[in-house]
Design a protein around this ligand. Sequence first.
Ligand SMILES: [Zn+2]
Length: 538
Amino acid sequence: MALRVLEKIQRVIRYELNLEGSSEIAMPMLHPASLWKKSGRWSEMGPELMRLTDRRGSDYCLGPTHEEVITSLVADEIQSFRNLPVRLYQIDRKFRDEIRPRFGLIRAREFWMKDLYSFDKTPSDAVAWYNVMLKSYSNILNHLGLRHVRALADTGAIGGSLSHELHVISEIGEDNIVHCNGCGYAANDEKAVGRLRLPERTALPDASNHSNAVGGVNNLIGKIHDVFGDSRIQIVGLRFKRYQADTTSKAIAASSPIDLQGVALLPEGRSINTIKLPKPEAPDSQAGEWEACKVDSTFTIDGLKVFLDQDAGLSEFSVPQAWDVAGGQFCLIEQGDHCLDCSGTLNVDKGIEVGHAFYLGTKYSEKFGCTYKDEYNKKSYVEMGCYGLGVSRILSAMIENNHDARGLLLPEIVAPYLCCIVPLGINKDQIAQKLLDVADVLHARLSDAVPNLDQELVVDDRTSLGAGKKLADSELVGIPIRIILGNDMLQIWSEDTDAISRKLQKGLSLEVVIGREKCSLTLEELEIKLGESMRALI
Ligand SMILES: [Zn+2]
């Protein structure tokens, strides 16, 4: 059943990609290390790359992505501008040695992915195609009924200069996605910007109350209140933690000397976004991250590093010379904050990242000598893009977003089958067998009446199961249309199947469940409904 759903998701993806003139190919899963060494990613990728060694001691990896393979392939095929553009994709299994596999299909070591690679003459051609792909992705997710947002993203390990992430809104998402209800602005909450919605501030209380605090922490906090002339701020302590010397791991070094501390001053009630804090300038300090902590007695007033949030409502005056003050937006955006691009309100929802688009430029074509000759015989590097869609993640999002306590409520376009005939009845007096006979004739009749329905119509032929179990199963697996054959259908049973067929009149009333709705349809109405549904499938 799950395989059929997976295949139907793939069918929708193929339909949209082929519509835009892309071609499907098959690429190897097993990649020689030499290709990855050529791109430099054999060392860059770190432990997430599934590496293995053959009997001769040669290194290989299982492909998590295919820029290396496809670029070296295409480099051999392209000579002239006449060979461009090229758009190739595959839908296949990918591998990644996840440190924490979770949620079944969301973060697995082996997963289905669609990856498409584009090869164009010029940056403007490549960007035009980039926009076509973003539109295709929206079409695919709309076909699947998945609410989604598109967020501008970091280019990360894949490299390049333009990148978007596609997130399906879902409660089980790993990321917090900030998105505007007005203009479509969207970003991961670590990067999101906005105008904070803050309560009206009342008149300034007398800050001098705080300056008489003595010693240690109180002294520092009092000093901050004094310097900024306001006590209605939140003071968050910060420590800069370096990563372990092994640069492939982002584990925080356990014994790292904590020589960098600071405080962030935020509006009351808001949370710190440590990702937005500028990192220390010393070159050896770049590999690490700020962590929020309590201000304790190890914090010293001298040489204090202060991150002053722009919305904290503070003005800098009489800042001690030894303090290093940096301004910016350091709060996490929250539900109800305002969009910077329009007058809209920002929403924060959980999202599952299901897709990624990268404009790669010539990063890989330079490394693999992927060039073409233009009209004047001048050699140039091909402009590339890569576009991934997590097929197993989409499956997971479909399941999470389309179920209730009784089972799946999948849209018809990806349901394992469109329709199921469920003959109820126990084996006593051959009732189950007789109803199964009726079901088989009905199956043949509907298959004749509706083109291609035989691919989408099944009979639950398990005669040993009780009615309750069969009905529960039919709800559980997410078959949208169920035809229930109860004891009243025994009246059309006969030894002779032709006789049953003759009794299946257009006006015969049938008990049908569509989704969770029970209804009574005539055979003719049912045929019309199934015909409409079949025509809407891709
Ligand atoms: Zn907006």
